[in-house]
Design a binder for this molecule. Structure first.
Ligand SMILES: [Zn+2]
Ligand SMILES: [Zn+2]
Length: 300
């Protein structure tokens, strides 16, 4: 069990204030993997296996078979069963932040899978530790991999045609252009994420901090890598698919992070992009019309 507020491990502790942050916890607020955790009778420390659907003892109240006192599960302390690691007890651990002694390659693929297909669980695992740095490192690493994929694809295509020198030149140009595009995209996403946060805050009495919004969006960027898949790229559907997937996942993550409806999160997620697009579109249209007007005025 981890403190939902500061992530301190609460094994072997009697329910009450968290030793780290003083938030009061009760055993029944956790969901654990069934049959992995032992719960202790608060009177005689007799162990009971958490074999309910939520990994806690069922029923919630019973008579202790050893001391015959009445036991409330909310007041029981807990610890992993013998031979079970702390990691194996959690249903909502974050594959990257709670990697423990898992190897880097396994961590990367687990993270990619979980972030792509289980955005709600991953977002729940962020509660109380929305530190931006790990999510930034992950998203930056991911976009570098994407850039590398694009480079290799274009090098492969050019190499096949035999023009290797031209290919190297082209690659340098692509890496440079890609790097620039990457910077622009990162800045644009950062700007839109801040707008999203402003929209999310609207009307919420005690809004969660900006770091919740930013880290939820950054951790949701895993599906963008779909956009670099050579198979899908040839079908031209990879980039929209990656971005659509990202938008859906980020909305689900935001709804969990801020405890709001998914519909509201979708609006907050899409509105900034629409606003920025409309601003650029109308700005360009206005510029074209005024330049056209000026040229027309000069020639007449
Ligand atoms: Zn705590
Ligand atoms: Zn007992």
């Amino acid at each position: 069990m981890r403190c939902p507020s500061c992530r301190y491990e609460l094994w072997n502790l009697k329910p009450g204030p968290c030793p780290e942050c003083s938030r009061v916890f009760s055993t029944t607020e956790f969901t654990l993997v069934p049959s992995k955790v032992h719960f202790l009778c608060p009177h005689c420390e007799q162990e009971y296996l958490g074999n309910g659907e939520d990994g806690l003892p069922a029923p919630r109240q019973f008579e202790c078979g050893r001391c015959h006192e009445s036991v409330d599960v909310a007041l029981m302390s807990a610890r992993p069963a013998p031979g079970v690691t702390s990691q194996q007890c959690y249903t909502d651990d974050h594959p990257w932040l709670d990697r423990g002694d898992r190897g880097w390659i396994s961590t990367f693929f687990t993270t990619m899978y979980r972030l792509s297909f289980q955005p709600a669980i991953t977002a729940r695992a962020l509660h109380g530790r929305s530190s931006l740095l790990p999510s930034l490192v992950f998203a930056a690493g991911l976009s570098l991999i994407a850039l590398l994929c694009w480079t290799l694809i274009s090098l492969g295509i050019a190499g096949v045609t035999g023009a290797l020198n031209a290919a190297l030149l082209k690659t340098t140009a692509i890496v440079f252009a890609g790097g620039l595009a990457w910077l622009v995209i990162v800045l644009a996403i950062g700007f839109c994420a801040c707008l999203t946060h402003l929209i999310l805050r609207f009307g919420i009495p005690a809004p969660r901090p900006l770091s919740y919004t930013l880290s939820s969006i950054l951790w949701s960027s895993a599906p963008i890598l779909v956009g670099t898949s050579p198979l899908l790229t040839t079908g031209c559907c990879a980039v929209p698919l990656g971005w659509g997937w990202f938008t859906v996942n980020a909305s689900i993550a935001l709804s969990v992070a801020h405890s709001i409806s998914v519909r509201r999160a979708v609006v907050a997620m899409i509105a900034p992009f629409v606003l920025v697009f409309a601003f650029v579109f109308f700005g360009l249209a206005f510029a074209v019309v005024s330049v056209g007007g000026a040229v027309g005025g000069a020639t007449s």
